[in-house]
Ligand binder design. Structure first.
Ligand SMILES: [Zn+2]
Length: 93
C-alpha cells in the first residue's frame, strides 16, 4: 500500500519537504514514512537505504516512459531511467 500525503499536514505549514509518502511493504508491519526534501529521499525510521524508499520513488515517477520500453535493451532503459530521476530531483529542488 502506498499513500501520498500532504507534507504541510505531516511536517508543518512552512516545511521544505516536497513529498511525504506512506509505504506499507507487508501488512503485518507498521508503515514506513518516506520523506523527500533537499537532503534527498529517506525513510523516517530506516534512512535512505530502506526498501520502502525505492517504492516511494517509483510511484512518484512519471510511468509513461517505462511503459514504452519494449524494444529497448536493458542498458538503454536503465540509462533513461537514471536521467529521468535526475531531472525529477532537479525540478523538485
Ligand atoms: Zn523504512
Amino acid at each position: 500500500m502506498v499513500e501520498m500525503l500532504d507534507p504541510r499536514a505531516v511536517v508543518g505549514p512552512r516545511t521544505a519537504t516536497s513529498a511525504v509518502i506512506r509505504v506499507r511493504l507487508r501488512s503485518i508491519e507498521a508503515p514506513h514514512l518516506i520523506f523527500h526534501d533537499r537532503h534527498g529521499w529517506y525513510c523516517d525510521i530506516h534512512g535512505a537505504a530502506c526498501d520502502a524508499v525505492a517504492v516511494a520513488r517509483a510511484v512518484t515517477r512519471d510511468g509513461a516512459d517505462t511503459a514504452t520500453g519494449d524494444a529497448a535493451d536493458d542498458a538503454t532503459r536503465e540509462s533513461a531511467d537514471a536521467t529521468h530521476e535526475q531531472l525529477a530531483d532537479d525540478v523538485r529542488e
